[in-house]
Write a protein that binds this ligand. Structure first.
Ligand SMILES: [Zn+2]
Length: 222
């Protein structure tokens, strides 16, 4: 188990919970993630905002979809911005999943910030238990795999629109079950660019096209 990170939480008065409540939820997430990763961030800073406008100002965007309530700056290993306000209160279960998802991004960026977005999101979705689907439709599979390999030849933004988050989560679940999570994490460490599946093949896991075929037949619904 990795060392515990130091936690720094700031929350606006207009947020729905006390700082102590956010702290307890974040500590819970950190305990879960400490079991998964070998290395932890030294410091985790969580800024909780109680108004949508303040949230947008801090993350530097003029607008964002309503579902966007949490943000980690690109490749950050320390910082999370969260929106939790009266107009849009999050249940404790929702909030704990969101915190686990976002804090997992910090851990993953320490593991290897070069990983593609779909891998980073798939890991977070899986560790936060946010994957609700069990199978993928053949048409969505084809759309996220225009070149035959999942998430190759498509931007993450485009893939996200065809259920990419959930599909990435399912693929990571498949890989964890088949090879073990620690083994997958260790194998992802040296990735720099190109096909993740080829990288795993080079690290001694199965042949890339064989594993994609296996995944496809096990994940696509009949
Ligand atoms: Zn994410």
């Amino acid at each position: 188990m990795s060392n515990l990170p130091k936690l720094e939480i700031s929350s606006q008065k207009t947020s729905t919970r006390t700082t102590v409540e956010y702290e307890q939820l974040a500590e819970n997430s950190i305990n879960i993630l400490g079991e998964a990763y070998r290395e932890a961030p030294g410091l985790i800073r969580i800024q909780i905002l109680g108004s949508r406008q303040d949230f947008l100002d801090v993350i530097g965007k003029e607008s964002a979809p309503d579902w966007l309530v949490a943000y980690v700056p690109q490749n950050s290993a320390s910082t999370i911005v969260l929106l939790d306000n009266e107009q849009n209160p999050l249940s404790s279960l929702m909030l704990s999943k969101i915190l686990t998802h976002e804090i997992a991004h910090l851990y993953t960026n320490i593991l290897n910030r070069e990983l593609p977005d779909w891998v980073k999101e798939g890991i977070s979705m899986q560790l936060a238990q946010q994957v609700k689907i069990r199978t993928v439709t053949a048409s969505n599979w084809d759309r996220i795999s225009p070149q035959g390999e999942p998430f190759s030849g498509i931007t993450w933004q485009a893939a996200a629109e065809v259920n990419g988050y959930e599909i990435a989560g399912l693929i990571l679940c498949f890989l964890f079950e088949r090879y073990g999570m620690k083994n997958i994490f260790d194998s992802l460490k040296g990735y720099t660019d190109g096909s993740v599946f080829l990288h795993l093949q080079q690290r001694g896991l199965d042949d890339a096209s064989a594993i994609i075929d296996k995944m496809k037949s096990s994940l696509i619904e009949n």
